[in-house]
Ligand binder design. Structure first.
Ligand code: SF4
Length: 918
């Protein structure tokens, strides 16, 4: 790529090039090095290229070393600490004094940059602004007293030093990529010029083709079209002369489109990476916008550990921590750690949080001998934390940093294998961040461990970590960040009337009229317009080939092209994205070196071994819901990790209900056996005590486990009361109204069940003997159910039809759901004939008789069940949820079956560009 002539000339003349941001400086250095290498040079002197902020800091360091009387330049963290103290009594009224300190720091920086401190001499009226004005006075006084200086005053301070003849300056400075020059900066530049330095602003001068304007149906169509265009460029599409080496994809605010761009670009530019077995590869694109440091895995792992020492972590956090790989010696530990994690989840804990101490205790189990090393390290951490009185002591931040480093070393995090260069760079940034926190010792203030953690977590979240560029061909950036960059081709996304010019907000701590008078950012719509116009012109001049695009609608309604583009490309017409795509398509089909090849998977289905029992009724329930779900559960042993909420889950409540009912009605050791027993219990009064006894037996272990935790004790007591109320209602209102019955069996295992050759082991909740020799199958349900769930070839609840038709139970006269849940209690099902009347009240029985239990019903059930069994046996494992999203909503396997991707692909097919047009 050819550098702009003005910059090349600056390099030749030895001028200093100052860029508006670090990224532009890095890019320029890299380009320079590539040009030197291309010219056959093996060594060369790096020209003076630097970003403005770094230059200022270097000037300051040089000056302050020479003059030890200069004040201490505060870091941003130190400054916020001072702002927090300046809030004094106001802090008690604020939701977040730390957040307010950050806003105060920003407002103060604006006053400095726009030279508006004189405005502070009179009251500001508005409450928040007035509070800030008073804090600012205190801040200035404190800084003067302590000999501190805010970073925001650096430009004006250096200007004064330069004005007095201090600091050596270069003969010539070229400024690159400055969209806006603040008054303070303008005066500093003027001071440099007064000292004889020639300061010039570089202009980009790419020779350009006519600008192209593309309109897309929606944002996804816009990004997809852009991705295909980029791909054609990277494949050296001869539609474009001189295949580009550096492509810029710009957007007004990259954060809002980042995830869509990442997903679509990955699919279009590197479809092979969709295969999870593909080794990690560098993408041909990269984002200039970094991510919060705390979202980088290696840093997240460190922060979780430091928090875990003082507070319990949530189950998700513990799972993530254990499987993060930063605390295990090698990959073979993962399986053991995963199984330990599953055991934590299945331990029946009613809390979603777990402390480090409890985790370590559970690691002592004989089941996990290979975790001994990790356990020893974590025990060491607990000892260090105890010796250092982490819970009580107050220390200066630097000493907490020392302790944090010691803890991380003891945990194995510090010495864990670096996964890649991003991991390495993130650790370097982490160390720098710790150094920044250690500098908070400057005022001798002590803090508790939890306050130290707050500072650490806030700073890690605010620190934007942008890995060093690996020189990807496609750079994805914000329009403002792209200042100073030159490309071979640029696509500007989101050039619509809602997004461009961007609308910013006025600062909440400064009066509006002050901001307007000082011409601060976003003070007026005209200001936003002028800045966006300058940026658009700069983008237009930054590459020979530039495309602007916009979506015609978003979720809020219609969008139109940004009015700014009329200035840039007067008279140009917007063309549909489909036109550009079809141009690219023509080229692709004519020139693509390789084509997609369709390969038939001839490996066939893998049949289930018929001699093997497939478990309970759930296999056919899963097969009916989605064949892949049954396959994953039975063949891959995929199961959901337990727990997703505080307290008992729905499944746990159902299990407890079953156990209590068994305690009540079991023929072997239950408290009741027949209708007569129940009626006596009601008539003579001990029914409540009978139910309470059964509930007490079942809850005994749970209550013992939670003893001492008052919240949990109260919660379990309320669960028991709730169950007592439901069961009392159920027994009095429904069971006691029945005609005579005897409970024949509870939780009976139905052996030797075979459904068309599929071996199953079933368990019936309860079998009642009614009308002498008839048997009624009863299934307890604590959730919502309906007899409609038995219908069709893919029944939702196949258990009862299965017990009735293949369960080898003699003389079945009907099947019923016993519904006992919070909303209501009741019986629902179907009965064979009048002999099986259940209730003395005929109307209740006839409701049940609406669904006859006859040969036709049984034949229908049998056919559906045989069909499902045959599908499962033959290995039919299609991703085919019965009710689409409704079925998937309650399934734990979307990550395994990747149904979302299938669905996305099919929706994409349905809405190929152009199809959605009116
Ligand atoms: S998420 Fe949906 S498609 Fe995937 S296995 Fe579950 S039910 Fe089937």
């Amino acid at each position: 790529m050819q550098l702009p002539g003005e910059i090349e000339r600056a390099f030749e003349s030895g001028a200093t090039v100052l860029t508006a941001n670090v990224r532009a400086a890095r890019w320029l250095k890299r380009e320079y090095a590539l040009l030197q290498r291309a010219a056959g040079r093996r060594a060369w002197a790096t020209p003076p290229i630097e970003d403005w902020e770094s230059r200022l800091l270097r000037l300051w360091q040089a000056h302050s070393i020479a003059d030890p009387d200069e004040p201490l330049l505060l870091t941003s963290l130190q400054e916020r600490s001072v702002w927090t103290r300046m809030q004094r009594d106001d802090a008690a009224l604020l939701v977040s004094p730390a957040r307010m300190a950050a806003l105060a720091e920003e407002a103060y920086a604006l006053l400095c940059a726009y030279e508006a401190h004189a405005e502070r001499n009179r009251p500001w009226g508005q409450t928040d602004a007035e509070s800030f004005r008073l804090w600012a006075d205190l801040f200035d006084r404190e800084c003067a007293q302590q000999r501190w200086m805010s970073r925001a005053r650096l430009e004006s301070h250096i200007r004064e030093v330069i004005g007095k003849g201090g600091l050596p300056l270069p003969a010539e400075i070229l400024l690159l990529g400055f969209d806006r020059i603040t008054p303070a900066r303008k005066r500093l530049i003027a001071a440099m010029e007064a000292r004889g330095t020639e300061v010039r602003f570089a202009t980009l001068d790419a020779p350009h083709q006519p600008r192209r304007l593309v309109s897309a149906t929606d944002r996804r169509d816009e990004i997809t079209t852009c991705a295909h265009w980029v791909r054609s460029l990277l494949e050296e599409n001869p539609l474009f002369e001189n295949a580009p080496r550096r492509v810029g994809v710009l957007a007004p605010d990259v954060r809002t489109v980042r995830s869509d761009v990442e997903r679509i670009f990955r699919r279009v530019l590197m479809p092979e990476t969709d295969d999870i077995s593909t080794p990690t590869t560098r993408m041909p694109f990269e984002f200039s916008l970094g991510k919060p440091l705390d979202s980088v895995p290696v840093i997240r792992a460190a922060m979780l550990l430091l928090r875990w020492i003082a507070n319990p972590l949530s189950e998700e956090e513990v799972s993530w921590f254990l499987l993060s790989g930063f605390f295990s010696a090698d990959a073979s530990d993962y399986l053991v750690l995963a199984s330990f994690d599953a055991s934590l989840r299945n331990s029946g804990s009613l809390s979603l949080e777990i402390s480090l101490r409890n985790t370590v205790r559970k690691m002592r189990s004989d089941r996990f001998p290979s975790l001994e090393d990790l356990r020893t390290r974590l025990e060491g951490i607990l000892k260090i934390a105890a010796v250092n009185h982490v819970a009580e002591e107050a220390r200066v931040p630097g000493r907490w940093i020392d302790l944090a480093q010691l803890l991380l070393q003891q945990s194995g995090w510090s010495s864990s294998q670096r996964r890649d260069e991003i991991d390495f760079q993130a650790r370097v940034r982490w160390e720098r961040m710790l150094d920044e926190i250690a500098l908070l010792d400057f005022d001798g203030r002590r803090m508790q461990y939890h306050e130290f953690l707050d500072v650490l977590e806030t700073l890690a979240h605010e620190t934007i970590f942008a890995p060093e560029s690996h020189g990807a061909s496609v750079q994805i950036m914000g329009a403002l960040e792209a200042s100073g960059h030159q490309f071979d081709a640029v696509w500007f996304l989101g050039a619509d009337d809602q997004n461009w010019p961007m609308r910013g907000r006025l600062h909440p701590l400064l009066p509006k009229d002050l901001q307007r008078r000082a011409a601060m950012p976003h003070a007026t719509a005209e200001d936003d317009w002028e800045v966006a116009k300058a940026v658009t012109e700069r983008v237009t001049a930054s590459a020979p080939m530039v495309i602007f695009s916009h979506a015609e609608r978003d979720k809020d309604g219609e969008l139109r092209p940004s009015a700014l583009l009329a200035h840039i490309a007067p008279g140009a017409r917007w063309e549909a994205s489909a036109k550009l795509l079809s141009e690219l398509d023509v080229w692709t089909s004519a020139h693509a070196a390789s084509r997609l090849e369709e390969i038939t998977d001839a490996s066939g289905k893998i049949a289930w071994p018929r001699e093997q029992c497939a478990g309970g009724a759930s296999v056919l329930k899963d097969q009916a819901a989605c064949p892949f779900r049954a396959f994953a559960a039975k063949r891959l042993y995929a199961e959901e990790l337990n727990r997703s909420d505080w307290g008992l889950s729905a499944a746990e409540r159902g299990l407890l209900l079953h156990k209590v009912m068994e305690r009540l009605w079991s023929p072997e050791n239950g408290r009741l056996h027949t209708l007569a027993d129940l009626q006596v219990a009601i008539a003579e009064g001990p029914l409540q005590a009978v139910i309470e006894g059964a509930i007490g037996d079942v809850f005994e272990k749970l209550v013992a486990e939670q003893r001492g935790d008052r919240w949990m004790e109260a919660y379990l007591a309320s669960e028991q009361r709730r169950l007592l109320t439901r069961l009392d209602e159920w027994l009095r209102k429904h069971e006691a109204e029945r005609l005579p019955f005897t409970v024949e069996a509870t939780e009976r295992v139905l052996d030797d069940v075979s459904v068309g050759g599929l071996k199953l082991r079933l368990r019936a909740d309860r079998i009642d003997q009614v009308a002498d020799v008839q048997q009624l199958l009863v299934d307890y349900k604590s959730g919502k159910v309906s007899t409609n769930d038995w219908d069709g070839m893919r029944p939702k609840e196949p258990q009862l039809p299965l017990y009735a038709t293949f369960g080898n139970v003699e003389n079945v006269c009907g099947v019923v759901f016993a519904r006992i849940n919070v909303e209501k209690t009741g019986l629902e099902g179907c009965l064979s004939d009048v002999r099986a009347q259940l209730f003395a009240d005929k109307s209740t029985s006839s409701k049940l008789m609406k669904n006859p239990y006859d040969d036709a019903t049984r034949d229908e059930w049998r056919a559906a069940l045989l069909n499902l069994a045959e599908d499962f046996l033959s290995g039919h494992a299609q991703v085919d949820p019965r009710d689409g999203m409704k079925t998937c909503k309650f399934c734990a396997l979307p990550g395994l079956c990747r149904v979302a991707e299938l669905r996305e692909a099919s929706t994409q097919d349905e809405t190929e560009p152009g199809e959605g047009d009116e």
